[in-house]
Write a protein that binds this ligand. Structure first.
Ligand code: MN
Ligand code: MN
Length: 461
């Protein structure tokens, strides 16, 4: 053999996905992403994602799990955890003793949450105080139109839903920034403090209430509008969850329309594939489980996060009706933890290690480990399990690549993988490469999104 042939035989040949797929697949990816964009525009919070996912699942025959019922192969159920985390299950023909195939993605995204007592008036303007949720670069969140999503829950438990700022004819909101002319001092701050947490105040009004000679008339006018629109008073903010998110819609990106720009792709770019995959699963051999979880962006703690017992309770419940020991089931189970990785950015290559960074259009990314400082805070999948996933992807003709989150000791991060691995399940991260992750407008490539769907389906089918 000559060098060329020997190379072909021995080298790991990393290639752009467009060199690997045919026109039919390419078209399918674009069509799939039309639906994905609709989903991004429809849901911007975990509550909205959970609600929409359940609705889509019910249309496909899923029903709320009932511990008094017996289930057979092919039956479809869901577990709704407080309207923020959902698990979907399709029962397989094989005993649960052989384990289940789990996909897990998160449906919360970085944003600005209103504080419990947010409303104030200053300099004849009304504003909301916020406390940011998740790892944001604060300077990116100024001077972009924001919408408000969430709920007021009144003393008696009545829930008042709020979504304002998404439609063209609705008002939006904004966090203001200083003009360059007067920003000389602010510009000397390090970028991480360019905008400080307590400067993320949202402008919401400027018109006084009537012509009376009272104080705080602008604040009063806002409260009057809120009372008329939602029937709430200032005290009702104390038991509310109101989240400011970018008001922009998901768009095709690039002259070639090969990419998508949108808020909230981390991790709806994996949650939507996991959801649509389990909705397509019919009569699997192994029981399929897809979890869309809350709280990942703040560390997965809390009763709607995956560091809670929610998943093991789901497994417990389905095993109980099948008369199977849940530990036997968990030990034999496999999981794809579906979360994004950082695609290498041509403008900011420095923090990436070229040989192991993921690239846009190179397919779905398998991330063996995340973590930081010498792999701390990761489950680090075994070679055996990565081999299993590798074989599955190659056999199904799915375009995929490996990825590592930046150079060693440059930074790091985590996913829900380790919490599932800690239950005794084999887990590896698999997801979509993203540019500008956690920004108000994240970038992904359509081919990668579709390959993520194909991988999720192949794993659970
Ligand atoms: Mn994520
Ligand atoms: Mn994230």
């Amino acid at each position: 053999m000559n060098a060329k042939e020997t190379k072909e035989k021995l080298f790991y040949n990393k290639k752009n996905g467009f060199l690997k797929v045919d026109d039919v697949t390419y078209k399918a990816a674009f069509d799939y992403c039309e639906e994905y964009k609709n989903f991004l525009n429809l849901v911007k919070t975990e509550r909205e994602a959970a609600k929409t996912a359940i609705k889509l699942a019910e249309d496909k025959g899923f029903t709320a799990f009932d511990s008094k019922k017996a289930y057979k192969a092919g039956d479809k159920v869901y577990f709704n955890n407080r309207g923020k985390t959902v698990a979907f299950v399709v029962f397989g023909s094989e005993s649960l003793e052989k384990g289940v195939n789990i996909t897990a993605a998160h449906i919360d995204s970085p944003r600005l949450d209103l504080k419990p007592n947010p409303l104030y008036e200053d300099t004849d303007l009304a504003l909301f105080k916020t406390h940011y949720y998740g790892g944001i670069r604060k300077y990116q969140w100024t001077a972009v139109p924001l919408a408000l999503h969430g709920v007021f829950v009144k003393r008696d438990g009545e829930v008042v839903n709020v979504t304002i700022g998404e439609k063209e004819d609705e008002p939006c909101f904004v966090v203001n920034d200083l003009l360059p002319h007067l920003a000389a001092e602010q510009s000397k701050r390090p970028l991480s403090e360019g905008i400080k947490g307590e400067e993320l105040n949202i402008l919401i009004g400027s018109k006084p209430f009537n012509n009376d000679e009272e104080s705080e008339l602008i604040k009063l006018n806002i409260l009057n509008i809120l009372f008329e629109k939602y029937g709430v008073t200032e005290e009702d903010f104390l038991s509310a969850e109101l989240e400011a998110v970018p008001a922009a819609k998901a768009r095709d990106l690039g002259f070639d329309r090969s990419m998508i720009g949108s808020y909230g792709q981390d991790d709806r770019v994996c949650a939507y594939p996991a959801l649509t995959a389990i909705l397509s699963v019919e009569n699997p051999q192994k029981t399929a489980v897809a979890i869309l979880t809350d709280k990942e962006e703040i560390g997965s703690d809390g009763n709607t996060g995956l560091n809670s017992d929610f998943l093991s309770h789901v497994i417990h419940d389905i095993c109980k009706v099948g008369g199977v020991d849940e530990t036997v089931c968990l030990r034999a189970s496999k999981c794809l933890s579906a979360d994004v990785n950082a695609g290498m950015d041509p403008t900011f290559k420095e923090p990436f290690e070229k040989q192991n960074a993921s690239l846009l259009n190179y397919g779905v990314v398998v991330t063996k480990y995340t973590g930081a400082r010498g792999k701390a805070g990761t489950s680090d999948a075994s070679a055996e399990y990565v081999a299993f996933v590798r074989n599955m992807l190659d056999k199904a003709g799915i375009v995929w690549q490996t990825g590592e989150l930046g150079k060693v000791d440059v930074g790091g991060g985590g996913t829900v993988a380790m919490y599932i691995a800690n239950l005794g399940v084999d887990v590896v991260d698999l997801g979509v490469p993203v540019l500008s992750m956690h920004s108000p407008f994240e970038t992904t490539a359509k081919l990668d999104v579709y390959m993520c769907y194909k991988a999720m389906y192949e794993f659970m089918k």
